[in-house]
Design a protein around this ligand. Sequence first.
Ligand SMILES: Cc1ncc(COP(=O)(O)O)c(C=O)c1O
Length: 366
Amino acid sequence: MTPVIITPGALRARLDRFPRLPLGVYPTPLQPAPGLSRELGRAVLVKREDLSGLAFGGNKVRHVELLMAEVRRAGADTVINVMGYHSNNARLAAAACVRAGFRYHVFLRHAAGRPVQGNCLVDHLLGAAVHLLNDEESRRDLELARRVAERLRRAGAVPYVMNDESFPKLAGMIGFAGAGLELADQLRAAGVVGPVRVAGVAGRSLCGLALASLNLGLDWRFTGVRVASAPPLTDYVFRHAGTVRRRLDLPRTYAPADFDVVDRYAGPGGPAPAVLQAVRLAARADALMVDPNYTGVALAGLIDRIEDGGVGADETVVFVHTGGTPAIFSYAEELVPAETLAVTPAAQEGSSPAPARRAAMIASGS
Ligand SMILES: Cc1ncc(COP(=O)(O)O)c(C=O)c1O
């Protein structure tokens, strides 16, 4: 009879069937967030995937470790990726290609004429061939990428077009099943017993964590916050649930009912005021940097759920920080509005202590 759950060792063995190119620094820390805990009125732990170690870190490091091994297995030497202007995936695939020795072309939608900033800046620094698409080109992005792939193929390269392959969609879930094993160890070491509320961006990474908890028989509950740019989860994660279970040979897989999805921040328009507020709150409370596209949205959604009573009083809260921090530099005006910058020397004199006095206050801790 197939067991209902498996041991951590058995899950590890199944994950290890997928070769990976080690690129990250693991385990990523699980840290208390005392400031946020104080502000939110309950203890919050943060799983620091933003500290995963490669080119500003983030959840995609676990993904690209598997992806690079797959590209090598496929005999390719050039990776082609079509993503959005703010894409963290684009950045970390670029970084992984540097380390793996692959050439890399990235097509960034709606990027022509926009500042070379945030992830787009890092893509350039990492030596990617960056194709900045205008709005019209963005409508036929994949066609343009395939055309370049064809040209490279004729010139003797072996391209791997990420968007045409199924493995990149699975890699995130497989990688994060490994993060689930790590998190289970860390919670045990921290003496956490009872239910755990795992909150983060709704997507593959959260599904990977769910895969781990369901198969290990852990009492983890999931709040997934849908970000503005995300397609409906039915399109890009839930329909892969069966495939992931089969590929990993696991007794159980996740289903939509395993997730409490916060949808209110999905859709077009800039970051919502609550998201900007969450970015500022994390920074001021814990010197924790989250961003307006992903992790700030996840934090805003978690705050909503805590405030509306959707997180049980007995649950230990783990916020999964999936990275994305380079994007903050593209949101200076939204995050630090001009009026808050308008501190003239005269205004400063009246409102804040002189430098010498301020230094004394800092030294005395007042
Ligand atoms: C910072 C960040 N968090 C979360 C996600 C969601 O990714 P996934 O579906 O792989 O979990 C992304 C996707 O690009 C991201 O960049």
